[in-house]
Design a protein around this ligand. Sequence first.
Ligand code: ADP
Ligand code: MG
Ligand code: MG
Length: 291
Amino acid sequence: NTGRVLSIQSHTVQGYVGNKSAVFPLQLLGYDVDPINSVQFSNHTGYPTFKGQVLNGRELLDLIEGLEANNLLYYTHLLTGYIGSDSFLNSVLEVVNKLRTINPNLTYVCDPVMGDEGKLYVPEDLISVYREKVVPVASMLTPNHFEAELLTKLRIGSETDGRKACNILHAAGPAKVVITSINIDGCLLLIGSHLKDKKQPPEQFKIVIPRIPAYFTGTGDLMTALLLGWSNKFPDNLDKAAELAVSSLQALLQRTLNDYTSAGFDSKSSSLEIRLIQSQDDIREPKLAFK
Ligand code: ADP
Ligand code: MG
Ligand code: MG
């Protein structure tokens, strides 16, 4: 079970975030992936400096018009990640509408990237656009802890809170919600929730992930791509899709940490570039290690 994915995310010349993190793994899982680069930067913005260009909303719609004029706008999936401005986000909403007029069954997988660990890294006015306009049209949503709190206005301090947040998000739109990690006593808790029938409560599950004492970039982008890839192959088993995604990702993070450590690098001093290419076997055929 495969498809054709339009992926609107950042591009970095060196390193792995945004499309650089998402396109290759989706291709490994057998998808055609058409990337639109919302920015092109030399490297991710966690480095001391970066240079590059930002695509604006008008330029995004230009590319879409070009595709449409050649009847190339049929997609099974739309994937979006970090979006830095209100105008770009509104153009993305136009893209969702347009893709759905061509394929009413389009799956929109939205990673509502707004911040992490209490810090916002988009303008504040984007929060309400996500909450009021984007969440309602998303098929699957993959917020982290902080983003789930911003979208639901709920403080999430326990597994029960996480499940409640998923219910709130279902009521706003998406049938599938994965809170990719809730930080609880040194562990990461993933909460997944699939609303299969609006008259029934959603099917919910959790995965406990031991926290690796290092900071990685691009992991959220990779996680959402893997969740798209696997949940499309197992449409009625979000739990299985999440187990596969987490198993791949944890194998990759372990490899990344080992490579840095064996090179004598202090893995706590700065964020680590993920070893994406070296982990391709773990992406193609993950060994299930998380339940
Ligand atoms: P984001 O990058 O959007 O903040 P998360 O922090 O939830 O998203 O990370 C996405 C996934 O990456 C998590 O579900 C977890 O599997 C993995 N991950 C990220 N950082 C770590 C870490 N330090 N230790 C273990 N797993 C991690
Ligand atoms: Mg995080
Ligand atoms: Mg994220």
